[in-house]
Design a protein around this ligand. Structure first.
Ligand code: ADP
Ligand code: MG
Length: 232
């Protein structure tokens, strides 16, 4: 399958209070179209940094990154913002929904910059909420929804611009086990429908749903079920 994302010798160094942290150390990694990958590893091992680099929210200090054939590490911020909005969907542990907006309005938000008519935005948001099984909760505000339902709204919001890549950072971290199962079942279904997914987690139950598991330790990939070596 075609490479959707390709990192070549990527490092990310943070400097804080005179101390240097190498959050990613010479990471080479490819993500194929249609894959569902889990990234696991201890807290502080670099998982979120990887996700942020893949999502163009953060830049490598050194190394190269190509997304869908474009070298994105050399683009300026407006170009990155466009790519992020059009090609990448994000799901975070904390849902990040706007509290005074309905589920439907939250899901419409990413389309505000896309030049779509209001009626088209509304109809796409409805479709996305149906896809995540919330057709009967569209007019509810986040406080009127369970944690699992709120995360499904966030997933609908991430899907509404039809991204090539869906990135999720500890998506079940704030959920009880019943709600976690629901959200994981939804990710599996999206995967079966062809979505390329990368989930960062420290929960082995999440990793079981993936067809590839990449393990991080101290900023490096220490195992990858898809590859014998990690040379780019
Ligand atoms: P994980 O998601 O696996 O818990 P992170 O990618 O968040 O790990 O962090 C990896 C390392 O980089 C940690 O040592 C963390 O403290 C450090 N780090 C992450 N983000 C920053 C930042 N913005 N500034 C300074 N250090 C950071
Ligand atoms: Mg993290």
């Amino acid at each position: 399958m075609a490479d959707l994302a390709r990192l070549e010798h990527v490092s990310r160094r943070y400097t804080m209070g005179g101390n240097e942290v190498l959050a990613l150390r010479d990471v080479s990694f490819k993500l194929s179209e249609g894959e569902m990958t889990a990234v696991i590893g201890a807290s502080g091992s670099g998982k979120s940094t990887l996700l942020n680099v893949l999502g163009t929210l953060d830049r490598p200090t050194s190394g190269r990154y190509a997304l869908a054939g474009t070298w994105v590490h050399e683009l300026d911020e407006p170009a990155l913002a466009r790519i992020r909005n059009e090609r990448i969907g994000f799901v975070f542990q904390a849902f990040n929904l706007l509290p005074s907006y309905s589920a439907l309005e939250n899901v419409e938000l990413p389309m505000v910059y896309g030049g779509l008519r209001a009626s088209e935005r509304r109809s796409r948001a409805r479709d996305a909420l149906c896809r995540v099984g919330l057709e009967d909760r569209m007019d509810h505000r986040p406080t009127e929804l369970s944690g699992g339902q709120q995360q499904r709204v966030a997933i609908a919001r991430a899907l509404v611009n039809r991204p090539r890549l869906l990135l999720a950072d500890e998506p079940t971290g704030a959920l009880d086990s019943a709600n976690s199962e629901q959200v994981l079942g939804l990710f599996s279904r999206l995967h079966e429908e062809g979505t390329t997914l990368l989930l960062v987690t420290h929960d082995p139950k999440v990793a079981k749903h993936a067809d590839r598991v990449v393990t991080f330790s101290d900023g490096r990939i220490v195992s990858d079920t898809a590859e014998v070596t990690h040379a780019a």
